[in-house]
Design a protein. Sequence first.
Length: 220
Amino acid sequence: MSYVHRFIDDGSCDLPLGKVVCVGRNYAAHARELNNPIPSTPMLFIKPATAAVSLDGPITIPQGRGACHHELEVSVLIGEVLTNSSQEAAKKAVAGYGLGLDLTLRDVQNTLKEKGHPWEAAKAFDGSCPLSAFVPVEQVADPLNLDLQLERNGVLQQKGNTSEMITGIFDLVAFMSTQFTLLPGDVVMTGTPAGVGALQGGDELVLVLDKYCEFTVLVG
Ligand code: ZN
């Protein structure tokens, strides 16, 4: 379970793992599929460092706690301290881009939502954030126009583009920095496109980040 950040080319990365800051409902089609209103400001939550595991997997999902959904998201590796930052400063602070799964215990989350309770039990459990290696920032031509997709057992489930985000990557990172200081090694998860669904043991997932990288992941 010991996760360390890596880059896809030579693998090495000096940044220590920190927290993972996430946003809910950042793609309109995903908000609609779960019958959720679109928030007027980004709806943030945090996964602790203990949530991070390598996407190299196999990944494990909790047993006996209802459906565990995949949410494919573009992940952003933060390389500099950000507090109350501008969009420009946020852009300069990015060290790399990758893919992550915001694993969500959907039944647990629905119960928590009904009661008006916080989401951590559904979102922040050990292993709830499988993360890929990161593409170094200088290799990514246009972060605001990145395709992402997830196939489960050969069937396309999720497909989106970062241009479809309600709050774009740099505005989102800047907003997050007004709520929580982001530290080098923190990861920002940027929200999931439509097509979320339950995982089963034995599933094979293929995750693609535009032309940059593809990962095959087994669910243990
Ligand atoms: Zn998510």
